[in-house]
Write a protein that binds this ligand. Structure first.
Ligand code: GLN
Length: 539
């Protein structure tokens, strides 16, 4: 598949590749890097690699150089795998030169959220408790990336154990939004979304329990996709809330994101909740258009949304209508209880999952006179405030006497939300809504108010509770020039329709999300906008 797309683009890529070869060399000689190579998306790079115009090593070096030059501003990465990545790239180049079959992402750099196990390499979950942890195995997602010959560039920052919406809860410091270094990238996969937005990697992997791929994608102006629960293996994804956790891809285009999804999706016998059905083809029908499809617009939700966000959602619906989709109003009457249900279910599962960090088997150990004191000291020293808050809420919600009032009630709400979507999808193929009620907010703005932070997830948690596939894509900017994401949600296992609608909308919007504000890390070849004119990255 990858090769087919590669071939389709080969001619295009060749021309660009040729231009770059001389260009890039010159730049390389002058500045010690080929920064221009990082301007290209994964599909384009794939074509250039297939055509032999660039090597995987050149592509990898260009991205590593850019990380070295700019990640001190952003802090997207906790670990950069320089030597390993170069060695991997050389091996891909060697195999390609020898005429061997290479994978669908051969030579394409990818950044991986530090909650996915990488064999022998740091896997911290953004937590002190796993600071020294080196897993003895690769997560299936990582193994699949490697099998696809993607180049794993490094591990990205996250809210500790993926708990948060801003990447301010990491024990290793905040990640900054490439569009405005004073603002958050969203979370919890903020390192991955910032890495893609800053052109540190064309692709990244995040995880989404209640919105942690979609919300940071929205705040960083990239595409982020959460597959159907069980579509991507959770083997080696360090657990937060097991009934909700799902890994998924980030890219700068819908097509790139679809390619990355295709590389990681599929049944895995190592995950008992993995879905055995074959993976629906998201690539062949990608350009199929929306003619005849029904797009549901949720009636309840636009009230508490920033005007810049609501405006882009309305425009999105209009554009899809113009393209031949039928716009229908749908109601999700119980979605407003989603936050309350999610913030009982997710902490309940977390309180159980995180019991394994006891100072005995692996991870941090602090001293104590008795076993119990050792465990308490370890957990107090190893966990940050938000993780401790979740463990306390979850333990309370599961305790005898409160279990029925909180945990069971929340599960009932979950069932009602599932039923809401079932009714909605009787009338439409996808549901369109905002991804997040606001654009990127300032660092520190919500850290003292957990409830305000939780409300960022109001549009993303319902699909998580229902296990549905969902995608956030850039749809323009707000009055301040910050990127706005819109969310599409599809029925279970209907990833193909999700990507097809997103592709149609992306083409019609014609918006190229380019960080260019005065306080941004702008992509290669793009001058920083004048702070006075505030000119933004519209095409
Ligand atoms: N922001 C949500 C939370 O804090 C979602 C996190 C996630 O999806 N991992 O739980």
């Amino acid at each position: 598949d990858g090769e087919a797309v590669g071939r389709r683009l080969a001619s295009d890529g060749e021309a660009v590749g040729r231009r770059l070869a001389s260009d890039g060399e010159a730049v390389g000689r002058q500045a010690g890097g080929h920064d221009e190579l990082t301007a290209y998306d994964a599909t384009r790079l794939g074509a250039m690699l297939v055509a032999g115009d660039v090597s995987a090593e050149q592509v990898t070096r260009a991205h590593l150089d850019r990380i070295a030059a700019h990640d001190s501003d952003i802090h997207a990465f906790l670990t950069v795998l320089g030597d390993e990545a170069i060695a991997q790239a050389r091996e891909v180049d060697r195999r390609r030169a020898a005429g061997e079959v290479v994978g669908r992402l051969a030579g394409i750099p990818v950044a991986v959220k530090d909650v996915l196990c990488t064999r022998g390499l740091p896997t911290t979950c953004g937590s002190r408790i796993l600071e020294e942890h080196r897993p003895p195995y690769d997560a299936t997602v990582v193994a699949r990336l490697r099998a696809a010959d993607a180049i794993v560039l490094g591990k990205t920052n996250l809210d500790e154990f993926a708990m948060g919406s801003s990447t301010e809860n990491s024990a290793y410091g905040v990640t900054r939004n490439p569009w405005d270094l004073g603002r958050v990238p969203g979370g919890s996969s903020g390192g991955s979304s910032a890495a893609v937005a800053a052109h540190f990697a064309p692709l990244a992997i995040g995880t989404d329990t209640g919105g942690s791929i979609r919300q940071p994608a929205a705040l960083c102006g990239v595409v982020g996709m959460k597959p159907t629960y069980g579509r991507v293996s959770r083997y080696g994804l360090i657990a937060f809330a097991s009934s909700l956790d799902q890994a998924g891809p980030f890219g700068r285009t819908v097509a790139d994101t679809a390619h990355a999804y295709a590389a990681i999706a599929g049944h895995d016998p190592m995950d008992s909740t993995s879905i055995p059905e074959p993976v629906g083809d998201v690539l062949t029908g990608l350009d199929g258009g929306v003619e005849g499809l029904h797009v549901g617009v949720v009636t309840e939700t636009l009230d508490d949304v920033e005007p810049g966000v609501a405006g882009r959602v309305r425009e999105g619906a209009e554009l899809l209508g113009k393209l031949g989709a039928e716009i229908v109003e749908v109601s999700l009457p119980h979605a407003r209880y989603g936050i309350a249900a999610y913030y009982l279910i997710a902490p309940s599962e977390a309180s159980s999952n995180l019991a394994r960090y006891d100072g005995v088997r692996y991870g941090l150990r602090a001293d104590g006179d008795t076993t119990e004191q050792m465990m308490a000291a370890t957990r107090s020293a190893g966990f940050g405030d938000e993780v401790i808050r979740r463990i306390m809420i979850g333990t309370y919600a599961l305790s005898a006497g409160y279990y029925d009032a909180y945990y069971v009630s929340a599960q009932r709400v979950r069932t009602l939300i599932i039923a809401d979507y079932r009714q909605a999808f009787a009338r439409c193929d996808v549901v369109l809504s905002p991804t997040s009620p606001s654009t990127a907010f300032e660092i520190g703005a919500k850290t003292d108010d957990p409830l305000a932070m939780y409300l960022n997830d109001v549009f993303t948690v319902p699909a998580s509770l229902a296990g549905l596939p969902a995608l956030s894509m850039p749809a323009g900017v707000d009055e301040a020039g910050l990127p706005v994401g819109v969310q599409l949600v599809a029925p279970l296992l209907d990833e193909p329709v999700l990507f097809t609608v997103a592709q149609a909308l992306e083409t019609e919007i014609g918006f190229e999300p380019v960080p260019s504000g005065a306080n941004s890390v702008h992509p290669p070849g793009r001058p920083r906008a004048n702070a006075q004119t505030g000119e933004q990255g519209h095409r």
